[in-house]
Design a protein around this ligand. Structure first.
Ligand code: ADP
Ligand code: MG
Length: 209
């Protein structure tokens, strides 16, 4: 994984999020405060704007810059949680010596664990963790079982989709949606939908390389 790949991913994610923006906005209007799409769009824009700065940096410094930008420039729970993801990925050892796919997966797995601790949410509580945790587990197991990278990407796309869809019938326990109690049921969680779309986009980019 290179810094160019990070930038390319952010640009692809921007296209996919724009296409799905009305749906994501509606989901957060139904069970949140409606700003999730705005937070995601802002985060992506800030990352893309960092291109001239981060392309000259080491991987750890680039990821740290991304984390700081997201933490300082994006509001809502998602700003803090995605900032934590990148901050933790930056801390994985030896990433400035090159990042092969196993290391990239380790970085993602560590990042998701930190997000889980930060938000104190687990699977089944109707948040983005219903996508991030199963995908991290799937990737971790894939590396342990030495699965083919492209097969693993196809599997991760399916796991992310299943996790996102699972949030529909769940009762929200964490975040703003939990204020709705039983009324949170019947709607997909906006953060689960945006995370699933981002994961799908990155997996497709890897499948096409
Ligand atoms: P806010 O809820 O502060 O307005 P956003 O609208 O940007 O923030 O993001 C909402 C999303 O954040 C939710 O759909 C959910 O997926 C995720 N979320 C909220 N609280 C948590 C938490 N404690 N842990 C993990 N994800 C969370
Ligand atoms: Mg919101």
């Amino acid at each position: 994984m290179s810094i160019n790949f990070l930038i390319k991913s952010a640009k692809e994610i921007q296209i996919v999020i724009e296409k799905n923006a009305p749906e994501i906005e509606k989901l957060d209007q139904e069970i949140g405060d409606g700003d999730h799409i705005f937070n995601v769009q802002r985060g992506i824009k800030l990352v893309i704007e960092l291109e001239p700065i981060i392309k000259r940096l080491s991987m750890s410094k680039a990821l740290n810059q991304i984390a700081m930008k997201i933490l300082s420039g994006v509001g809502g729970s998602s700003g803090a949680l995605f900032g934590t993801l990148f901050m933790t990925m930056a801390k994985v050892s030896n990433i400035d010596d090159g990042v092969d796919y196993k290391k990239a997966i380790n970085m993602f797995v560590d990042g998701v664990e930190a997000v889980k601790q930060r938000g104190k949410a687990d699977v089944g509580e109707k948040t983005m963790m219903d996508v991030l945790i199963p995908v991290a587990n799937c990737l971790k197991q894939g590396v342990e079982k030495k699965k083919d990278l492209k097969d693993l990407m196809r599997e991760a796309i399916k796991v992310a989709e299943k996790g996102m869809l699972s949030t529909k019938d769940l009762l929200a326990i964490k975040g703003r949606a939990s204020f709705l109690g039983e009324r949170s049921k019947g709607h997909i969680d906006p953060g689960a939908r945006s995370s699933q779309l981002m994961i799908r986009t990155v997996c497709i980019l890897i499948l096409n390389t």
